[in-house]
Design a protein around this ligand. Structure first.
Ligand code: F6R
Length: 256
């Protein structure tokens, strides 16, 4: 691992980032067993979750007392739909890492239209009542979204209903078995909600993330690239593999 720019780490392979982040969580949970974790779905964090499950299995980590809040959830799905983020998190992390159901939270995917505003308010209050997020894991969408804060999202946004961008829906098509089945709306925490976390750990892997990583780290901080707001946080780290870092220009050329 090398620090190619302030708070920006390039790893040889993504498993190096997975281990580094899982180890940071181990240290934090030992100091504070009821750590409040902000979690993401998508493909980016799966290696971190796999490593956390392994560490729980070996007895090096106990997640029984942590609290978790996910960034986002699709709207218009049945509660037990296997494509809902709740179901995916249960299968990938909560179940195998033995995190009690009552200590996990995501926005509801099956809330009725008239209850949507109340659900957003509930979620924001629940994070506050837990004492705020200690460590937030994040991936970056190809269009620069964080959570489901699509381009155009303001820095001051809080948990709310959003319409998903075309690229976001395309990227989700495989998981739903076709584009027409991907929900058009979702609940996401806001950019201000994300920036209120005490630590932000952002992961980006693969050549398809190279141009958005460059826009995030080296472009203007603006609503067109919501991930660019992450640079304003005082404790943010970006973990990139070589492919995702390859379009960065303001880093020393001897980095590889
Ligand atoms: C998912 C989420 C999204 C993803 C982003 C990257 O909960 O919040 O912002 O992190 O779309 O997705 P992947 O990791 O699949 O490339």
């Amino acid at each position: 691992m090398i620090e190619i720019a302030p708070r920006t780490f390039q790893v040889e392979g993504r498993d190096e980032a997975d281990r580094a982040l899982a180890n940071e969580i181990v240290v934090l949970v030992r100091a504070k067993p009821d750590l409040v974790l902000g979690l993401a779905t998508g493909t980016t964090p799966v290696g971190v979750y796999r490593e956390l499950v392994r560490l729980v299995g070996t007895g090096e980590l106990d997640l029984a007392r942590v609290r978790t809040f996910n960034l986002d959830e699709y709207l218009g799905l049945e509660r037990n739909d296997p494509a809902a983020f709740r179901a995916r998190m249960q299968a990938m992390l909560f179940g195998p890492a033995r995190i009690p159901l009552a200590r996990t939270d995501l926005p509801a995917c099956d809330v009725q239209r008239k209850g949507e505003a109340a659900e957003c308010e509930r979620y924001e209050r629940a994070i506050e009542a837990a004492g705020g997020i200690d460590l937030q894991l994040l991936g970056i969408g190809r269009n620069g979204h964080i959570g489901f804060n699509e381009p155009g999202s303001e820095r001051a946004t809080r948990t709310r209903i959003v319409e998903l961008d075309a690229t976001t829906r395309e990227d989700a098509a495989a998981a739903f078995g076709g584009l027409e089945r991907v929900p058009r709306r979702a609940i996401t925490v806001g950019i201000a909600t994300i920036l209120a976390a005490r630590r932000l750990r952002v992961l980006a892997f693969g050549p398809h993330k190279a141009s958005i990583v460059r826009a995030t780290l080296e472009g203007p901080i603006c609503t067109a690239v919501p991930a660019s707001f992450l640079r304003e946080h005082s404790d943010v780290e970006f973990w990139l593999d070589r492919d995702a870092a390859r379009e960065l220009v303001r880093v020393p050329s001897n980095r590889v």
